[in-house]
Design a protein around this ligand. Structure first.
Ligand SMILES: [Zn+2]
Ligand SMILES: [Zn+2]
Length: 413
């Protein structure tokens, strides 16, 4: 026997017994997102590498360490590590700025990051998300957060905690970044390697370093004072308080978290994260924010934009297992032809049905029916002769005999 080929490290099959959960989440996304006017967009899985170094940021771990990049005909190509950059590229390339604002798009699909695989983290993973273009008003921020919350509720995630923050605009943030760098400077040598690199290129990102030595330094009183200081300009401040006003009026419970940041200059104002307490422990299930500078960064006209993304695997891991859906009917018969003809009639009526293709004995067929279907339709010699069908309800065991031509009437669940 030759060696068995296994699935690549960090990737997974989604098997038939799990697919119902995926359909459930995807259908809810489709319903909730459409109810807010979002339309689905599907962008390619491969894009030019430049799109991500410019659109995700060449100081981020994603771009520096985690991309699947390869050369083909002298072109550098990358498997998308996220979908915002691709959606923005498509928005610009297809002239969607000419449509009346807001342009509301949603997506779902696989993303790729070369990370050390660990619980809940895969190298091929699935995200679902939305992007809204063309509106800089806080009402857009509120609607985006509301869309995320209602989607999460629709799939049964309760005890949601919304955390928000405003990271200002490039104008007011510059001074804040300088203050932060000055107060951290004396400790520069004690910081981890990543933080030392971030210090110059991406100082806001210092604050979410997971290394405990760095955390201890950032917890110092004089550093905390700078972190917690108010630096927003008048416009940013107004935007933020109007958003909070909306959330209050819409009864969305939230807390403010000054440590919630995005490192790059095209991120502006609102950032948010949603956590769920399902299954006991607290899990971040959604991250989002405003990126008013990104469309321009990727070569489009200045266009305000905001969106969020969620990891599908994480969402599904928080939901109770669903039972595999059963077929409506299984036809038990020794006459393949009669079974075939009846099955085709029923499928035209929208009924899901299978027949025995293996010439099994009657009792074996019945056994199979009771495992996979709600009803067994029995076509024995007598039934065929009299144009009848015996319908056995496989939950209750009840059996009735009905006319073959309208037997579909009896197959309601
Ligand atoms: Zn500002
Ligand atoms: Zn660090």
């Amino acid at each position: 026997m030759t060696n068995m080929i296994k699935v690549l490290k960090g990737t997974k099959d989604i098997l038939p017994q799990d697919i119902e959960m995926w359909h459930f989440v995807e259908e809810n996304a489709q319903n909730i997102f459409s109810s807010y006017g979002f339309k689905e967009i599907r962008t390619p899985i491969i894009e030019t590498t430049d799109l991500f170094s410019r659109g995700v940021g060449d100081t981020t771990d994603i771009v520096n360490k985690e991309m699947y990049t390869f050369e083909k005909s002298d072109r550098s190509i990358t498997l998308r590590p996220e979908n915002t950059a691709g959606v923005v590229r498509s928005y610009i390339e297809n002239g969607m700025h000419r449509l009346s604002a807001p342009v509301k798009l949603w997506y779902k699909g696989p993303m790729f990051r070369y990370e050390r695989p660990q619980a809940g983290r895969q190298r091929q993973f699935n995200q679902i998300g939305v992007e809204m273009f063309g509106i800089d008003k806080p009402a857009a921020d509120a609607e985006i957060i509301l869309t995320a919350v209602n989607f999460l509720k629709s799939i049964g995630l309760n005890n949601l905690e919304v955390e928000i923050n405003s990271i200002g605009c490039p104008k007011c943030r510059t001074e804040y970044k300088e203050k932060l760098k000055n107060i951290i400077k004396p400790y520069l040598n004690e910081l981890c390697e990543d933080c030392q690199a971030r210090y110059e290129k991406n100082p806001l990102r210092l604050l979410d370093c997971k290394v405990s030595e760095c955390q201890n330094i950032y917890a110092k009183k004089e550093i905390q004072e700078v972190i917690l200081s108010d630096f927003l300009c008048k416009d940013c401040c107004e935007h933020y308080s109007e958003l909070k006003n909306f959330l209050n009026k819409l009864n969305i419970k939230y807390s403010e978290n000054k440590l919630l940041v995005r490192g790059l200059d095209y991120y502006t104002r609102t950032v948010f994260e949603i956590k769920s307490n399902n299954l006991g422990s607290q899990n971040a299930v959604c991250g989002g924010g405003r990126y008013d500078g990104l469309v321009e960064q990727l070569g489009g006209e200045h266009t305000p934009a905001i969106g969020f993304a969620m990891g599908m695997e994480r969402l599904i891991s928080l939901l109770p297992q669903q039972e595999t859906k059963k077929l409506d009917a299984f036809i038990v018969s020794n006459s393949s032809l009669d079974a075939f003809l009846l099955a085709e009639e029923l499928r035209k009526k929208g009924i899901s049905v299978e027949i025995d293709l293996a010439n099994k004995k009657f009792t074996k067929q019945l056994e199979k029916a009771s495992k996979i279907a709600k009803f067994a339709l029995i076509l024995g010699e007598d039934e065929i002769l009299n144009e009848k069908v015996s319908i056995k309800n496989l939950f209750t065991g009840e059996q009735i005999s009905v006319d073959k031509k309208n037997c579909y009437n009896y197959l309601g669940s």
